[in-house]
Structure formats: C-alpha cells, structure tokens
Design a protein around this ligand. Sequence first.
Ligand SMILES: Nc1ncnc2c1ncn2[C@@H]1O[C@H](COP(=O)(O)OP(=O)(O)O)[C@@H](O)[C@H]1O
Ligand SMILES: [Mg+2]
Length: 298
Amino acid sequence: MKTVGLLCGREHSFPPAIIERVKRLGARDGVTAEFVKLGGTQMGEPARYSVIVDRISHEVEYYRGYLKHAVLQGTYVINNPFWWTADDKFFNYSVASKMGIAIPKTVLLPQKGYPNDVDITGESLHNLEYPVDWDGLLQEFIDFNQYVRCFTFGKTDIVPVHYDPKERKYLVDHQYLTPELGARVVKDAQTINQALGYEMNTIEFAIKDGVPYAIDFLNPAPDFERDRITDFYFEQVVEKMARLVIDRALNGKPSNAWPRWEEMLGIGAAAGFTGAPRSAFAGQKAAAAPSAGSAQGS
Ligand SMILES: Nc1ncnc2c1ncn2[C@@H]1O[C@H](COP(=O)(O)OP(=O)(O)O)[C@@H](O)[C@H]1O
Ligand SMILES: [Mg+2]
C-alpha cells in the first residue's frame, strides 16, 4: 500500500475531498490517502508516506524541517521543500525573464529596516552604498485589460482562469482568451513551472496589448477552497490533484521536483552538480572502482 499524506491548516472543503478522491481513484493501484500525523521526528526515521502534499509548512517551521527530512527518506513532496525555502520573487522573475517570459521591469532594493532583535548597526552595512536611491523604480505597473490566474497540476497541466484581482474572484468564462493567447499563456506557465520546479501552483498573468506579463508565480499553496474558486474549478482541482498525487506515488522520482533553471538557461545539468569540482566526481568513481586513476580537476 502506498500512502499519500496531506499536510494542511485551516482549509475546509479541499482536504476531505482530495483524501476521498485519492482513495477512490487510487484503490486499484493500492494508493490511499490520509492526514499526516506528526509529533516529533527522529533522525533516520523511515518514510511513512510515498507522497506528501504540503499546504502549510510556510507557517509551521517544524513541518518544513520534517518535510526536508522526509525527502531524504524517499518521500515525494509537493512542492519541493528545499526549493520553497530558497526561492524569492526577484530571482524567479529573473529566471523567467531569461527564458523569454514577459515580466514587468523590476528592481531589487536593500530593505529599509531590520528586526529589533538583530544587532545591525551602520558598521554592519558597509557593503551598502549610501544614500540609497529609494526613488528608483520598484516594478513597472502593467495597465492590463485582461487578467488570468492559472492553476497548475504537475509542471505542464495548466488551467487558465479568468480572474478579477480587485474583487479577488474566479470567473468561469471559457471564451475569455483567444485560442492564440490561451496557447501562449499555457506555454509560458509550463516554462515557469519546468524551470522552477513547482507542481502545485497558481501563476498570474496581466495581459496588455495581447502580451501576457507574468506577475505572480510564487503561490506554492494556492487557495483551493470551494467558495472562492467556484464549484466548477473546485471539481477540477480535486480531480487533477488526486490524479497527480496517485501518479507521483506510483512513478514519482524525487529529482523530478527539482528546479531546472540551470539546465534551461544552459548553465549546466539540473539537480545540483553545476560547478562541482571534477576531483570530487573522480573520487566517487575511484571509490566505486579502486583501480581507476584519479584526475585532478578544477
Ligand atoms: N506589475 C504589476 N502591474 C499591474 N498589476 C500588478 C503588478 N503587480 C501586482 N499587481 C496587482 O496586484 C495584485 C497582487 O500582487 P501579487 O504580486 O500577486 O502579490 P501577492 O503575493 O500578494 O499575491 C496582483 O494580483 C495584480 O492585480
Ligand atoms: Mg497574487
């Protein structure tokens, strides 16, 4: 039996629905689902779950620590807790922009203040130029005439939805995008997820003069509540998430969840060996086959 665990907070409609759906759809392949239960974790403790769907570890530090441990024990976690810890909006904008996605012009500025419990003085900040030009552009405003929010399931199954950002409302409107624009939105969302490794996400595009600008694509625990996403999309989300986690329970390889921006930008192979000293690699081979000569790499 393979078990999918759900880690979530104050959600009402999605958790029981996904657990029930995974049980129903997964039964013939021996996949079931339940709420994750945790009460302290020992090093080396074997993985109880084949897959964990994480919707709350950004708010509970212990959960994040547990999830990283679970990955080490072979659990497939959606979304990858290591990447979630590392990513930030400016970096993600920069990666997407290099990959040809339209992005509003954005500047990263030094923060204006520091928490009181951190001992930072003027001397600590001597690497910063002073004064900082706080009037500099932060982000270009896209004066959009259309706005879409895409649900994404796995990296490539993309469901664009007409979204009203002022009312924070999802609208069911299948004719909202022309086929050409819809195809571009789907392709851009796929590129973003493939590069950054998200499998459960929402990606927002503001559309101006026919160009979709990616605005917000860092929502790794997107809202799945029925009242807010409409009955129509709720049903789609439950079905597609259930099929995704069953597939990952049966076929998931943890390396699938890793970001691929190094590979996609041509810097090096995905999954972390970019720039590793060749001597380290030679050392691994030598350990496996002691007769191999060792190369000194740089
Ligand atoms: N560059 C921009 N141009 C136009 N509208 C924007 C821009 N950035 C954000 N917005 C608007 O503000 C809303 C919130 O911004 P977003 O980046 O999605 O932040 P959050 O992380 O709070 O969701 C967006 O849904 C969009 O309507
Ligand atoms: Mg947003």
